[in-house]
Ligand binder design. Structure first.
Ligand code: CA
Length: 393
């Protein structure tokens, strides 16, 4: 419902160009007839189609939500500060204790740490408290019929029908976020269908009402996304006042000894040690908080491609595992507004830097182009845009 992959993906693909202003949805009756043919060809039985789709109409409330989405405007410190609050920390720690037996069994089966699962559980639904009350089938039908992203949501609607056909959830019980995410970890229907497991042994894969099923399914998804058992995911560090900032890129993985040689220290100021490689992650540039992101961090990005969301989830998990609160960094960072970020992207694009979309989101593409521009203008090339660079452009 809040920050799931689909939302981020569609925000990323939509902003800057109001597609709905120049697209028209097809006639619903004809569309539904076509969709039923497609669903039947995909193996959905006539009885299931009748049971699920009879009388179902697009929901104007879903369209309204979809049309009024805002760009993801918070920077990392703001987002993490809001999401990883003391209430969630207390609740997360209490639930880790309360469900210790369950998390242990999940860990034995899927080798994913309890704290990582608890972090997603807390961020997605406040540990199962807020899973949404929209009819998933109606939401998906609405968005599949709507002209903005029909391909994505036709597939999700087919997956949701498949869940009904397999007996995982009845149409009446399949309720979730307005954009179709389901259950305590807010999975899309396709991921639900692919990864869900019946971990409490009652014969049903119920990711809405069973925390055991939801958490084990999340663990399975993380494991199959490449989680490396026993390995770290994120470590807060301290960076020197000056270094080669262009090294700080997620695709630049160096041995810890190389980072140590460049002056990177532990958050407490001690020497880095340990084997393995990591990237230097500076979510807000050289003056903000600094982390080493290990290969397991990429698994967070597979859950949600937003770096801000993934860094927040990974940080929350380290806190639940006992890490102290992060330092705010070396100096206050003034982030650009969404409007300024769009302005910057447009200028970068006009001056030939590699920007494919002007969307106000500081993703990997924008960071890469910013780094190039910073190098051209002789600025510290940390890939984080600021007013100085905007002025130069
Ligand atoms: Ca079950």
């Amino acid at each position: 419902m809040r920050n799931s992959l689909v939302l981020m993906g569609l925000i990323a693909s939509m902003l800057g160009k109001p597609v709905w202003a120049d697209c028209a949805s097809p006639d619903f009756v004809g569309w539904l007839a076509d969709f039923k043919v497609e669903a039947a060809a995909a193996g959905i039985k006539a009885g299931v189609l009748d049971k699920t789709l009879a009388g179902l109409k697009p929901d104007p409330a879903v369209i309204q939500r979809d049309r009024s989405q805002q760009t993801f405007a918070l920077d990392f410190l703001s987002f993490a500060g809001k999401k990883v609050n003391s209430h969630r920390m207390t609740q997360g720690k209490a639930l880790l204790k309360k469900h210790a037996g369950l998390f242990k069994r999940i860990g034995q089966e899927y080798a994913v740490p309890a704290e990582v699962l608890a972090a997603f559980w807390g961020l997605e639904t406040d540990f199962g408290a807020v899973t949404g009350d929209f009819s998933t089938l109606r939401s998906l039908l609405t968005l599949a019929h709507d002209c903005r992203r029909p391909e994505l949501f036709r597939g999700e609607l087919l997956s949701a029908l498949n869940l009904v056909q397999k007996g995982d959830l009845t149409p009446a019980r399949m309720r979730g976020a307005w954009a179709g995410e389901i259950g305590q970890l807010q999975l899309l229907a396709s991921r639900y269908d692919q990864y869900a497991v019946d971990f409490d042994g009652d014969g049903q894969r119920d990711l809405i009402h069973s925390s055991a099923d939801a958490l084990a399914s999340g663990a399975r998804m993380l494991q199959e996304s490449g989680w490396q058992a026993g390995e770290p995911w994120l470590l807060e560090v301290r960076v020197p006042a000056d270094m080669d900032w262009s090294q700080a890129r997620l695709d630049n993985k160096l041995p810890l000894s190389d980072w140590a040689a460049q002056g990177v220290k532990t958050a407490g100021g001690g020497d880095l040690n340990g084997s393995g490689s990591a990237s230097l992650l500076l979510p807000m540039g050289r003056n903000g908080p600094a982390f080493l992101a290990f290969p397991n961090f990429e698994v967070f990005l597979k859950w949600n491609e937003s770096t801000v969301y993934s860094a927040t989830a990974a940080y929350f998990a380290t806190r639940l595992a006992g890490a102290p609160a992060m330092r705010a960094g070396n100096a206050p960072v003034r982030s650009l507004s969404v409007a300024q970020t769009k302005q910057l992207q447009a200028k970068l694009q006009a001056q030939g830097f590699p920007i494919s979309k002007v969307d106000g989101i500081i993703g990997e593409e924008t960071r890469h182009a910013v780094r190039q521009a910073q190098q051209k203008f002789g600025l510290p090339a940390d890939g984080y845009p600021d007013a100085v660079l905007l002025g130069k452009l």
